[in-house]
Design a protein around this ligand. Sequence first.
Ligand code: ARG
Length: 460
Amino acid sequence: AEKKMWGGRFAQGTAASMEAYSESVSFDWQLYAEDIRGSQAHARVLAKQGFLTEGEATTICDGLETVKAEIEAGDFTWKTEMEDVHMNIESRLTEIIGPLGGKLHTARSRNDQVALDFRLHVGTRLVAWQASLTALIDVLVARAEEHRGTMLPGCTHFQPAQPVSLAHHLLAYAQMFKRDHERVTDALKRVRVMPLGAAALAGTTHPVNPQAVADDLGYEAIFANSMDAVSDRDFVLESVFAGSLVMAHLSRICEEIIIWANPNFGYVKLPDQYATGSSIMPQKKNPDACELMRGKTGRVVGSLMSLLVLIKGLPMTYNRDMQEDKEPFFDADKTVSASLGIMADMLRQIEYVPEKMAATVKKGFLNATELADYLAAKGMPFREAHHITGAAVAHAEAKGIGLEDMDIAEFKQFSEDIEEDVFDVLDYTAAIERRTSPGGTGPDSVNVQIVRLKEWLAAV
Ligand code: ARG
């Protein structure tokens, strides 16, 4: 049996099938930078605590730099028989610096080590998500500024409802992504907790100093309970939840772009860079980027489900099951990061077609609420005003015209209260401009939204 790091009490080697089944280095090698950073902090603090000499700590830290350089140069041989990233790196360190390498793991277990590495990794990726979210919000605000005056048929039940500005519509998405950003900020508070010093589960007899390790790594918080420190994976779950919601939001925009790009709508023209053609139908320009993003949302939600099922029912403390927590995060991160980047660039380039949007506004009786409100403002109970307006819509629809195309005599058949000034309120642009309520689609509210989002963007 070739020697495992933990092989002291074993007479027989591991079955080949077991080795393949249990190795994680094929994916957790991605934690190499964090593993090295964590080990260097650990070594420096071991020296500070008087357990290593300064010289020994320096040798270990320099040796780890050498390992890192080898990995980054592609000169490092990852060995499956070494199981994971942690043991691969430690064993190479010992090859380079000799038996002193064996002192690095004092007062440490892979249980607190992997928790630290993964927290460092997830934390770094969440900060990258935040930068991508900020860039996306920035594009939405810029496109909104450009389209303050573009009229869009606002929908409920996906049926034409009331006219809104395209700006207002785009800013609704900006709010979603702002909340996503805030959710990530909040998750980061719980990701950035330093677990080293918990050791295997019970703490250690060595004079560790978790706060000094945290300071070295730029973390503020340290664990409160060693058992929790090695068994907590909440930070991964909430991060992937935040990512799932980002994807759900992205897939809503995708669905909309797919519909809007259909010639029956024609509200948008897709940028060539994010569309594809058909191998048989020469006229086709397909919204594949949006379809893939909508589809990949399922992968990220699937990762969240994997993680939830993974931790349910796990007894205290570290269980090998937990090795299965990495791939769902890596996969979710890859998808979330790529999707945010593509969406920002696609929205930067997408062409909105205001004429098509305006034409649909005029076809859909989107000023019917205006007529009902007009009658209500004259003192008629709103329910009655609603009923009368419904009858006027039926009349106009039968004639194939809009409400604004009826003449005053026709209106009088429905209510004597209707006068010439009705035509002012039936104007679609006026319908938008008159919605001055806070957070409404009126131009002042849209301006306030843009200003506030810009202030927020400047501060994050
Ligand atoms: N590869 C393991 C993981 O990712 C590292 C921790 C292993 N700890 C242990 N006691 N086997 O979870």
